[in-house]
Write a protein that binds this ligand. Structure first.
Ligand code: 5RP
Length: 223
């Protein structure tokens, strides 16, 4: 199976986690696009499947609205049963690196509203230690050089992602050369740095479940 087919597989499989009549939290990325497509198909035969969605990006909002799904502002919702999103890397404990699509801050906000984070990913995303994928960090523009220098001190090489402004008006610094052996501590340390809006390590808001697309089908990993 191609990577695209694996994404379709897990996008469809995520439907089983959507509670009938609920508001669903929706992430961002090519795998989530498959979930949104599957949701759109399901709504044709089950119009009451969801009552609306909370979205983590302008991109996903537009896709949801194009299907006639009501998108609610996250600050009007007090809680969500489930948040469904992809990942750039996920380890065997459910910690993730996210932000390849530059939506990490809103993803963390919506994930934090939800009781369960269902990660949908193809098998290439499963790693032993986070860090091979360049770590995205959302940074207030005036702090970008300072943040890059701070990463250099801990062995990381950072670069501002060219041509990208986040939905919040900030830049993304991508950092290579890190091995993130203690994701929870790392997340909490980097989030203290002046100018860092969000680091793309999701340890505090890690996955509850990962639906992993493999050539043998969907594997469900529980954390
Ligand atoms: C966007 C993300 C995505 O979930 C992550 O980049 C995975 O994307 P894809 O499903 O396209 O591989 O964090 O900010």
């Amino acid at each position: 199976m191609t990577q695209d087919e694996l994404k379709t597989l897990v996008g469809r499989a995520a439907l089983q986690y959507v509670q009938a009549g609920s508001i669903v939290g929706v992430g961002t990325g090519s795998t989530v696009d498959k979930f949104i497509d599957a949701l759109g198909d399901a709504l044709k035969t089950q119009p009451g499947l969801i009552t609306g969605a909370v979205s983590s990006s302008v991109r996903s909002t537009e896709r949801l609205q194009a299907l006639g799904i009501q998108v609610l502002p996250s600050d009007t919702v007090t809680g969500l049963g489930v948040y469904i999103d992809g990942a750039d890397e996920i380890d065997h404990q459910g910690n993730m690196v996210k932000g390849g699509g530059a939506a990490l801050t809103r993803e963390k906000i919506v994930a934090d509203l939800a009781e369960r984070f269902v990660c949908i990913a193809d098998e290439s995303k499963l790693v032993k230690v986070l860090g091979a994928f360049p770590l995205p960090v959302e940074v207030i523009p005036m702090a970008s050089a300072q943040v890059i220098r701070a990463f250099a001190k801990i062995g990381g090489s950072g670069k501002v992602r060219e041509g990208v402004t986040t939905d919040n008006g900030n830049v993304i610094v991508d950092v290579t050369g890190l091995q993130i052996t203690d994701p929870a501590q790392f997340e909490s340390d980097i989030n203290q740095w002046p100018g860092v809006v969000t680091v793309g390590v999701f340890a505090r808001n890690k996955a509850s479940v990962c639906l992993l697309g493999t050539s043998e089908g969907v594997k469900t990993l529980g954390f």
